[in-house]
Ligand binder design. Structure first.
Ligand SMILES: NC(=O)c1ccc[n+]([C@@H]2O[C@H](COP(=O)([O-])OP(=O)(O)OC[C@H]3O[C@@H](n4cnc5c(N)ncnc54)[C@H](OP(=O)(O)O)[C@@H]3O)[C@@H](O)[C@H]2O)c1
Length: 338
């Protein structure tokens, strides 16, 4: 059994913790929070071992009536590996603590590639994690782009990928970022960082991205134009993406015409928190003009990186092939196979 700790129990950390509990080969040793809020209380109700981030935070937990088992440093003594799901930049500060205690560590997409030297997407580079001490699971948008581009590259050879990313302005509980009424060019100066980030996983892909922020919390929506080397047709592209793990084809003829219906589909599937771990590609949007494939896809930002985090734990600790890990993670999370 792999003993895993989760430092940071927010949007990503809570989901990673719940996913760890579902795995037959993992034990959730504990979760770490700064504030003694409702999320901390519910973690205790779920019988998760709760830890405070440091001595200061520990005092505020005691004042609130919650009794954590100790601090992050105490949890680290109990684990084989730590998943750091702290806000952007905090993971980099924590990395020294993990290193000093000789603990393997997984960081999230808010951290820089150089922190670990390996940016990870299961189906692209699982084997590169073997024998390493740490890795970075890339961001939600980068994960989605890598899954799809890697699949098309293997099937048809990608010459060039271009993407316009329409981003959700905030996660559902992030009231500090709203309300807003605008389409924000993010960034104005092009390209956006996403293309560069894809190349940390798929270094040989020619990719340029642009991004805008819109007032929604559900999902991101990507418009893609991918030019390929091999002559193909729309059915072949659909078939290829359908067979790709963690890519789900949706269809406007079934009434799915927006991110709202994709989110509703996830609710209908009965997923915890209505999470959609798969990239939702509109199969009937796929169009080929000359050598370019055009299509839309939706990305549930809160959920898509959860299966990668679970595979990353196995990739760093060893004992599983890529295929075995992906299959097991998919089964335990109820991910639909193509
Ligand atoms: N949100 C997304 O859609 C998304 C998608 C993909 C990747 N990511 C990446 O995942 C990582 C975590 O993002 P998130 O959205 O899960 O963050 P979040 O919801 O803000 O949660 C962050 C967690 O870290 C804890 N924390 C530890 N040290 C902290 C400190 N010094 N300051 C503030 N909080 C601290 C917080 O504790 P308290 O709860 O006690 O405040 C909270 O539990 C980031 O690298 C992010 O870029 C996020």
């Amino acid at each position: 059994m792999i003993r895993v700790g989760v430092n940071g129990y927010g949007v990503i950390g809570r989901r990673v913790a719940d996913a760890i509990v579902l795995q037959p080969d993992m034990i959730l040793a504990g979760v770490v929070k700064v504030k003694p809020d409702y999320k901390a209380r519910i973690a205790v109700e779920k019988k998760y071992n709760l830890y405070a981030s440091d001595e200061e935070s520990l005092k505020s937990f005691h004042r609130s009536g919650l009794s954590p088992k100790g601090t992050l440093e105490d949890l680290l003594k109990e684990v084989d590996i730590i998943v750091d799901a702290c806000p952007e930049g905090v993971g980099a500060q924590n990395s020294r603590i993990y290193e000093d205690l000789g603990k393997k560590a997984i960081f999230e997409g808010g951290e820089e590639h150089d922190l670990t030297g390996l940016s990870f997407v299961s189906q692209c580079n699982f084997d590169d994690a073997k024998g390493r001490r740490s890795l970075r699971v890339v961001s939600c948008n980068t994960t989605a782009l890598c899954r799809v581009i890697n699949s098309l590259d293997r099937a048809f050879g990608v010459k060039r990928a271009r993407a316009v990313i329409v981003r959700r302005a905030a996660d559902p509980d992030e009231t500090s970022k709203g309300p807003i009424d605008a389409v924000v060019l993010d960034p104005v100066k092009l390209p956006s960082h996403h293309g560069h980030d894809v190349r940390t996983v798929l270094p040989n892909i020619d990719i340029v991205t642009m991004a805008l922020k819109v007032p929604t919390t559900h999902m991101h929506l990507h418009s893609l134009i991918i030019s390929v080397k091999e002559k193909t047709n729309e059915d072949k592209v659909r078939d290829s993406l359908k067979k790709t793990t963690r890519v789900l084809l949706v269809d406007s003829r079934e009434g799915i015409k927006s991110t709202a219906q994709v989110a509703d589909l996830a609710r209908e599937l009965g997923r915890p928190r209505s999470d959609l771990y798969e990239v939702a590609v509109w199969g009937d949007s796929i169009k080929i003009i000359d050598d370019e494939i055009y299509f839309y896809m939706g990305v549930h930002q809160e959920a898509i990186v959860i299966p990668e985090n679970i595979d990353a734990i196995r990739a760093l600790t060893g004992g599983y092939s890529k295929e075995e890990s992906i299959r097991l993670t998919n089964k335990m999370l109820g991910i639909i196979e193509g």
